[in-house]
Ligand binder design. Structure first.
Ligand SMILES: NC(=O)c1ccc[n+]([C@@H]2O[C@H](COP(=O)([O-])OP(=O)(O)OC[C@H]3O[C@@H](n4cnc5c(N)ncnc54)[C@H](OP(=O)(O)O)[C@@H]3O)[C@@H](O)[C@H]2O)c1
Length: 217
């Protein structure tokens, strides 16, 4: 993967457009695919994320080196996982019962939701990240590298090179990246767990992820 991967985002909602704005500002080529229900998407993206390009799902997958899934949890199955073979895929989604309702099979599943999604294509290099901060914080909390108050975001996934690729993007977005190891560690980033929604430094987030791993062991 090049230093500046082309980034494809599924979901042109709150998260997808906030990320698109930041990524375009950081010099990335960004391709967005919205909901089949969204009309005039090019007009919308031209206003809220100028510089990003709208494309079909097939075009996005062909163009993107790194894909971000930012669709509602219940719609994750509608993105074309079968075509994600070999791609680095950031799962930014959350299972959030107040919004998504309670889903009995998810409630009963011990895996992190990103492990569940990764099973949709075991050839995709899935990384869980960008899910544990609010979309408004993505722009409000971004800071240049080296800023003393810079916020940290975690990257977890089973492919170390994919984690490193996502970490570089996170640094360019304006956050310190913390390598949290295997995808199974991603539960610590989910709603109801202590890293979710908290503004933490890299040292604080690393310590918290380590503590969660001890508790889970
Ligand atoms: N909001 C936050 O602060 C935040 C922060 C971190 C993570 N997240 C997670 O990130 C995900 C997106 O959140 P959001 O707040 O951005 O939601 P949102 O504003 O509802 O945007 C999601 C967009 O994705 C569209 N979509 C559905 N299926 C699609 C598909 N197959 N391809 C392309 N687009 C599709 C949706 O369209 P339809 O309306 O037609 O379904 C909607 O326009 C959720 O899983 C959420 O839990 C949210």
């Amino acid at each position: 993967m090049t230093d500046r991967p082309v980034i494809g985002i599924f979901g042109a909602g709150k998260v997808g457009t906030a990320l698109a704005r930041l990524l375009v500002d950081a010099g990335y080529e960004v391709v967005l695919t919205g909901s089949p229900r969204q009309t005039a998407l090019e007009l919308l993206v031209g206003v809220v994320a100028p510089g990003a390009r709208v494309a079909s799902p097939d075009e996005l997958v062909a163009a993107a080196d790194l894909i971000i899934v930012a669709v509602p949890f219940g719609k994750v199955g509608t993105v074309p996982w079968a075509s994600f073979e070999g791609k680095v895929v950031v799962d930014a989604t959350n299972y959030w019962p107040p919004v998504d309702g309670h889903i009995a099979e998810i409630d009963a599943d011990e895996r992190s939701t990103s492990e569940i999604h990764a099973a949709l294509n075991t050839g995709a290099r899935v990384v869980k990240s960008l899910n544990h901060l609010g979309y408004h914080d993505m722009e409000d909390d971004a800071m240049p590298a080296g800023s003393p108050l810079r916020r940290a975001l975690a990257v977890v996934g089973d492919d170390p090179e994919a984690r490193r690729a996502v970490a570089r993007v996170i640094d360019d977005l304006g956050f310190d990246a913390v390598d949290g190891g295997a995808l199974a560690n991603g539960r610590a980033l989910e709603p109801g767990h202590p890293a979710f929604g908290r503004e933490l430094s890299a040292a604080e987030l690393s310590a918290l992820l380590a503590a969660e791993r001890v508790l889970a062991a």
